[in-house]
Design a protein around this ligand. Structure first.
Ligand code: URA
Ligand code: SF4
Length: 249
């Protein structure tokens, strides 16, 4: 088998395992296309997708599965997987990119410098961390905080999708391009994705800058980025309060 197909099969198996095992009911279209594309290749090669008997009926079961996960190479270098935390019945779910150094050590999301800024951003719109659910696209820290690779995102995606299904949020805030591209199935730059609502499986999705990105700049650039982030946060607040006052269904 050539190397490329065997690589792809490896990813697909990880994807299949998760999807079959966790009973995902919604998979972004482009992933389905990818699956059927590779399925065809597999059929040609008369290969079977592996299935496993994992079942995640609730969030704590899912968390236990993530804690033992070795579906991608990030398992080797992590100290602790970071499943996410917060309300089990949130109106708002927040999705970052990947755990950093501090998150890896503590096993909790957004507890480093980015986390401090995120907490402040939430407070600015009258939200406390406990009211929302906070997680990231990949649950294990990439070495030296590099951007997660496509195959790592794919291997981990089933967990994020299952979290969304179980938590049933009415709003999702994507922090940064990795989260936005993963959930919205687009490669559009963040600058054009931010500032308006999108949809994922009937859920309103807002995209804004990752706090780590905001922390990289100073001066006029930072003033400009902050102004945009503030605009996004206000949009989020107004939608959040509308939903909250209409009571979560
Ligand atoms: N950045 C993320 O995207 N997630 C974390 O948990 C921490 C920093
Ligand atoms: Fe598993 Fe996700 Fe961690 Fe990879 S990043 S080992 S898929 S939990």
């Amino acid at each position: 088998m050539n190397k490329e197909v065997s690589q792809e099969l490896k990813h697909l198996k990880a994807l299949f395992k998760g999807i079959a095992a966790l009973g995902i009911s919604h998979v972004p279209k482009r992933h389905l296309e990818k699956i059927s594309d590779i399925e065809e290749k597999m059929a040609k090669k008369k290969l079977q997708a592996t299935t496993v008997s994992l079942k995640a009926a609730d969030l704590s079961e899912l968390e236990q599965i993530v804690h033992k996960c070795h579906l991608c190479p990030l398992a080797q270098s992590r100290k602790n997987p970071v499943f996410g935390e917060g309300s089990k019945n949130p109106i708002l779910m927040i999705v970052g990119e990947a755990p950093g150094r501090e998150e890896d050590i503590q096993g909790r999301p957004f507890v480093g410098r980015s986390g401090e800024l995120l907490t402040k951003m939430l407070r600015a719109i009258n939200l406390e961390r406990q009211e929302v659910f906070i997680t990231s696209v990949v649950k294990c820290r990439p070495p030296r905080n590099r951007t997660p690779k496509k195959e790592e995102i794919e291997a981990c995606l089933t967990y994020l999708l299952k979290q969304i299904e179980l938590l049933d949020p009415k709003l999702i805030l994507c922090l940064g391009a990795t989260a936005a591209h993963t959930l919205l199935g687009t490669e559009e730059p963040l600058a054009t994705l931010r500032g308006k609502f999108h949809q994922y499986n009937g859920i309103k999705v807002l995209v804004t800058y990752h706090p780590a990105y905001l922390l990289r700049f100073g001066g006029a650039k930072l003033v400009n980025l902050k102004r945009q982030a503030w605009h996004d946060l206000q949009l989020l607040q107004s939608e959040y309060e509308k939903i909250k006052n209409g009571a979560k269904g």
